[in-house]
Design a binder for this molecule. Sequence first.
Ligand SMILES: C[S@@+](CC[C@H](N)C(=O)[O-])C[C@H]1O[C@@H](n2cnc3c(N)ncnc32)[C@H](O)[C@@H]1O
Length: 272
Amino acid sequence: MNKNIASAFNPVAAARADARAPLPPAAVHPKSLLELPSGEARESLLAVHGILGAVLPPEKLAVYEAGGGSTSFLPLGVLERAHVTVVDIDKDQIRNNTYAHKTILGDIQSYRFAPETFDLVICYNVIEHLPDVEAALLGFCTSLKRGGLILIGAPNPQSLSGVVTRYSPHWFHVWFYRTMRGDKKAGLPGQAPFPTFFHPLVSLPRLEAFAQQHGLQVTYRREYESPRFPEMRARKPVLAALLDALAVAVNLFLPGKADARRGDYHVILRKR
Ligand SMILES: C[S@@+](CC[C@H](N)C(=O)[O-])C[C@H]1O[C@@H](n2cnc3c(N)ncnc32)[C@H](O)[C@@H]1O
């Protein structure tokens, strides 16, 4: 029976039918996911959400967003039961944050919480900006409860976009964001892109080795095609075709099935 007809006869049945109806995407996913073009980045973030939903305890959660800025990558089901503490070095980013319960203007390389405070530490698009990634990671490990998770999202320094970002000046990054991505506010105070350092631990194999040495188990890892590629295919198809051709050529010289377009990664680490 059509749901509208059922509701006219039986309000209880209609309420049950409503409860089974799929929720609209905006009720389930954060804006950060909804804004991702379809492709590997979106797939990987959905997989991350699945793991967070399955592994984190079902009760109230203590979450530390290191370099949280103003965008959350958490699934809404987790965000709704989380007490979020954001530490960010940029006062404009702190001011723009709308979802944190506590904001701290500070440096994640030196800021320290009491041991075993958090169920989840997120550091998303941040470690590439740090001169001392090791200091930040050690702080995350200490602040994490046993069984707790660290989610890191970062660029892959060995990819095409990683190499270009590492070896090009900051003004070029601002130009790219403004011209290629159409972000007119890029480079203004509190707005991306932020200056990058690319400490050696940003490389995923080195980060995994560090994790093993410090009692962290790698629960999930995936390098994925940077969302800049599908974005550019839609906005600047000719340039995107040239970059795709360049990536195919570069791939011929890479070992195994490595793809120079895999510009970013997600890794989830679990404290033993
Ligand atoms: C590219 S933004 C990412 C923000 C947010 N996580 C996201 O993905 O939208 C990098 C953030 O790291 C912050 N940041 C950079 N270095 C930091 C440090 N040493 N301590 C704390 N925050 C830092 C910047 O202020 C900025 O908010």
